[in-house]
Design a protein around this ligand. Structure first.
Ligand code: BG6
Length: 497
């Protein structure tokens, strides 16, 4: 059923809106989930006209549209309102426009507000939406909110209280765009529809789990935000822990929102809060220095524009989390994430324990790899026998990578999340109890790092992070399974170390 709904975007002139949000709505429009009865109000400070806003929207979807006519029909549903989030009079103007469009498009008072702007305004906007009567309890009213959700537990709690003045928890959709990714969703299928994995998904058979989110880009033009955030807040508190919770959760009683949520929350609330000494040993931070990859030179983080002199911000983080549930007690969940690493790639390696060796010759551990991006798929590393009269073991990879056609059809994360929000399904959004539990742990690490109790290591641009991130796994008698840098080195494209 197509939805009747009025969207209001705060931050409509921003980069995210153009790159992700308008294309996501357009894909829903093309697939018939939005038809005639929807309108979008874009707000931002700039004084844009409706005509100019439509042009911006059209430009953001040109590659996706079947015809210019289809693009302009879609864009005709977009309206613009210049808005100062602190000025209550502006909310009155917004309310008038909402009423007008609500009637014109018969949106049945259904409203979705999307906050995609500087987080310090989130609370103010929510409060004003309520006090100025825009949130009025008629129709459904949902608030989608971009990250970051606070910068520590205290600010997250404050923000949550502010939002709670206007919205109930079940109306708040905290975005973690990784939850909308096709292969993250696929983990549910792999884990819970295949007894061969379901049966062995525990500390009895799994030795460790390795999650890599590597990025080849640097800080780009986001210095203002990134230099006060760093990798731990930017990628770990949210994306890494969300992914971990899906990998570590128990089987939900059903595949519905409440049951899934309950199991995920259990993981978050069982994250081990290690003592200071263990945290110092188990979490590593790094910052990139100059380097070259593929014959391209890159400057170090400190030489990037607008980065504070002698900034101590980490552009790389690695560590080991533990989940104290019966299922995963004592299994390390290693992660690493950073900017300017060898290549862009998100993947999970599940490293299984070795079985008793009756062969008198070495063989590998089984490894299940989940490729989240840029390619999507799985592979299973197993042991076989080499063809021949003598008995020699040989590793074999069973691989399934999506075809190019599938990749094109994979919904963009934001399309999936918008679709869920339209349908009132918040399974793939972060619940407050998850956010709270993750900050409780991450705050402890941040405290140690802020007070320089742990060295800030460096790593050359193009590498897979500082040496300390490799030593971390050695201290657990294991190693990273994925080394893309080896390939580049072998091909003479990387000459470090
Ligand atoms: C964002 C971070 O949440 O995720 C960025 O703020 C990061 O720093 C991005 O680049 C990575 O997302 P994706 O989907 O490109 O892997």
């Amino acid at each position: 059923m197509p939805a009747n709904v009025l969207f209001t975007f705060f931050g409509a002139s921003g980069d995210l809106a153009k790159r992700k949000l308008y294309p996501a709505l357009f894909r829903l429009y093309k697939s018939g989930h939005l038809t005639e009865n929807f309108a979008v109000i874009g707000t931002a400070r700039r004084p844009w006209s409706k005509a100019y806003f439509e042009e911006v929207v059209i430009e953001s979807i040109t590659d996706l549209a079947d015809s210019p006519r289809q693009a302009s029909e879609f864009a005709s549903h977009f309206y613009y309102q210049s808005h100062d989030v602190n000025d209550t009079e502006h909310y009155q103007a917004l309310k008038d426009l909402q009423n007008e469009l609500g009637q014109k498009y018969q949106t049945n008072h259904n409203k979705i507000f999307f906050l995609s702007m500087a987080p310090e305004f989130f609370g103010t906007i929510a409060k004003n939406l309520k006090s100025e009567g825009i949130v009025d309890g008629q129709g459904f009213e949902r608030l989608i909110i971009e990250k970051p959700f606070g910068t520590d537990l205290e600010t997250a709690e404050q923000l949550n209280q502010d939002l709670a003045e206007a919205f109930e928890e079940n109306q708040i959709y905290r975005i973690d765009h990784y939850l909308g990714k096709e292969m993250v969703q696929n983990i549910f299928a792999v884990r819970f529809a295949n007894p061969i994995f379901e049966q062995i998904w525990s500390n009895q058979y799994i030795e460790n789990v390795q999650i890599t989110f590597s990025e080849s880009i640097g800080v780009e033009d986001r210095a203002g935000y990134y230099d006060t955030s760093g990798a731990l807040r930017d990628m770990v508190q949210n994306h890494t822990l969300q992914l971990l919770s899906i990998l570590a959760m128990d089987k939900p009683a059903s595949f519905d929102e409440t049951d899934i949520r309950e199991e995920k929350i259990k993981v978050f609330e069982n994250l081990r809060l290690e003592d200071e000494d263990s945290l110092k040993q188990h979490f590593v931070r790094g910052q990139y220095t100059a380097g070259s990859i593929n014959n391209k030179d890159f400057v170090g983080y400190l030489d990037e524009p607008n980065i504070a002199e002698n900034s101590q911000t980490e552009t790389f983080a690695a560590g080991a989390f533990f989940v104290d549930t019966d299922r995963f007690k004592d299994v390390p969940f290693f992660f690493r994430t950073g900017k300017r690493m060898t290549e862009k790639g998100t993947r999970v390696n599940i490293i299984f324990k070795k079985t008793d060796n009756i062969f008198g010759q070495a063989f590998d551990r089984n490894v299940l790899t989940i490729y989240i991006q840029p390619t999507e798929g799985f592979s299973l590393h197993i042991n076989g026998k080499k063809v021949g009269t003598d008995f020699k073991m040989t590793p074999v990879d069973l691989k399934f990578r999506h075809s190019a056609e599938n990749l094109v059809n994979s919904p963009e994360a934001y399309e999936k999340l918008m679709f869920d929000a339209l349908n009132g399904d918040s399974t793939n959004f972060s619940h407050w109890r998850e956010v709270k539990a993750s900050w409780r742990l991450i705050d402890r690490v941040i405290d140690l790092w802020k007070n320089n109790h742990v060295p800030l290591h460096t790593y050359p641009a193009g590498s897979m992070g500082p040496k300390a991130a490799f030593e971390l796994l050695e201290s657990f008698d294991t190693e990273w399974h994925w080394h893309p840098d080896d390939w580049y080195r072998e091909h003479g494209l990387l000459d470090q170390q």
